[in-house]
Design a protein around this ligand. Structure first.
Ligand code: SAH
Length: 463
């Protein structure tokens, strides 16, 4: 076979990224936009020795799990991978992904899927799904550009490219996004303000960052510009303030030739420079540059699970490694004697300290630095102690030195929150080979319609 040849295949499995997998005459095909059980006609895109990539041309017989995507640009847009699968099937897929990784990479022989365990087996707890897997994101970043006929447009980048797919009403985002974008677009057209053009590095308006505090309703708009000044900014502010809950408007200065969306400098146009939100009773101030979980409804469940697994009675000393703006730290601090947070990004630690003060929490202390440097230093120099260590590392997982220090400190419990179950499995293998036992595992769906899934694990020190 060669490029553009067509063939028929039945989808048997899904890759970790959500691409359908089919086997035809012993050769493996990855076919995007398909669902397990679909019989499809596909066209060859690219072929390697043992596997190839093909594109979906036609669904000949749909899988029982196939649904009509709600979003009209679901296939073209790079945002959602699983919209054509029923939400129930998405959850089963994510559960199985965690299970497979923990078993294959982590060697967790005794692990079983929910309600499939027998004697001596460790059953995963049922994945925490969303009640409503739409309009759950509290943050969106829309790029601006021009259509072929010269109109100002905004939407999302197509998968892996920077072509803008026009769409102002992403179904994962809040309904206000659309009205806010309309206001900005009309403003730009009225005053002849050009969208940024990546290729020539000219034009002014790059992105609009929109955030909403789901608990408070407060709205934030930050317009990312390739310059220091937005002409007629006062008019834009006045129009955006038509929203009674508009709480923060700013310019973000990004004059670099880069794919990174936000620059470091902010010019405040309206409000205190941040919005306030609460998660599970804890208050947070969020500036345009702050990292903040994008799915607040599921975040409560994720952190609630981490808190439950930590098993705190009020007397414990807890370390929260990779703490970001201290969201988990503050959750834990409500039930612990003392919490130490460690995070590499200094601005995140500034936010963490401010949020601790905002909530009147005095039993938390934060360190800026790498977990694999701060923890061994504090352990060797200051003989710090831990009853429980919580880790929530980025996709690459924990550093080896960090894991070794955890083993040396020998806490009673380790709670591992992970956004990548493959690196989680690798780290679990190391911890369970060195004196810890895996006791509880639970998935949490933070990204409905997307391919990623979070996992929380409890490891207990063997006596
Ligand atoms: N627990 C936080 C953030 C988790 S994201 C929350 O739930 O909001 C992972 C965090 O790890 C990021 O904030 C990232 O900046 C930080 N990080 C990455 N590498 C690190 C390292 N080596 N040491 C400490 N923090 C690190």
């Amino acid at each position: 076979m060669k490029k553009n040849d067509e063939f028929i295949a039945v989808i048997e499995d899904l890759s970790g990224e959500g691409e359908g997998i089919a086997r035809v005459d012993g050769y493996v095909w990855f076919i995007k936009d398909t669902v397990i059980g679909d019989r499809v006609r596909a066209g060859v895109m690219k072929m390697k020795k043992t596997y190839g990539f093909a594109r979906l041309i036609e669904v000949l017989e749909p899988s029982a799990d196939r649904v009509e995507p709600r979003c009209p640009v679901a296939r073209a847009c790079g945002g959602c991978q699983l919209q054509m699968m029923s939400y129930e099937a998405q959850l089963r897929f994510k559960e199985r992904k965690i299970y497979n990784n923990l078993k294959r990479i982590g060697g967790m022989e005794m692990l079983a899927l929910p309600s499939e365990g027998g004697a001596g087996m460790l059953e995963m707890e049922p994945i925490l799904g969303m009640e409503e897997p739409w309009r759950y994101r509290n943050k969106a970043q829309f790029p601006f550009g021009k259509s072929k006929d010269g109109r100002v447009i905004t939407g999302f980048y197509a998968g892996r490219t920077h072509a803008i797919i026009e769409n102002e009403d992403c179904l994962l985002g809040v309904t206000e996004n659309r009205e806010i974008l309309e206001i900005i677009k009309h403003f730009m057209e009225e005053f002849g303000i050009e969208p940024y053009d990546e290729n020539s590095h000219t034009g002014l308006v790059r992105h609009a960052l929109i955030r909403k505090g789901f608990a408070t309703g407060e709205l934030m708009v930050s317009l990312v510009i390739n310059g220091k000044h937005l002409p007629h900014a006062d008019v834009l502010v006045e129009r955006l303030c038509a929203f009674p809950n508009m709480a923060s408007i700013s310019l973000n200065i990004n004059t670099q030739k880069t794919n990174v969306i936000l620059g470091a400098e902010l010019i405040n146009l309206f409000g205190p420079g941040y919005i306030t939100d609460t998660i599970g009773g804890v208050k947070y101030q969020i500036s345009p540059l702050s990292f903040y979980q994008v799915n607040p409804a599921q975040t409560v469940k994720l952190y609630g699970t981490a808190l439950e697994y930590a098993g705190l009675s009020g007397n414990e000393t807890v370390w929260d490694l990779y703490c970001g703006i201290g969201t988990i730290s503050l959750f834990l601090a409500q039930k612990a004697k003392k919490v130490y947070g460690v995070e590499i990004v200094p601005q995140a630690i500034d936010d963490a300290k401010r949020n601790a003060a905002l909530n009147g929490m005095e039993n938390v202390e934060f360190f800026v630095g790498k977990a694999e440097e701060v923890l061994p230093r504090e352990y060797e120099k200051n003989h710090v102690y831990a009853d429980v260590i919580v880790v929530d590392p980025p996709r690459k997982g924990c550093d080896q030195v960090c894991l070794d220090t955890i083993l040396e400190m020998s806490p009673k419990r380790v709670v591992y929150v992970s956004c990548d179950s493959a690196t989680l499995a690798r780290d679990l293998k190391y911890l369970t080979d060195n004196g810890y036992e895996l006791k509880r595992v639970r998935g949490c769906d933070m990204f409905g319609q997307g391919g990623h899934v979070e996992t929380v694990c409890l490891l207990v020190k063997l006596s």
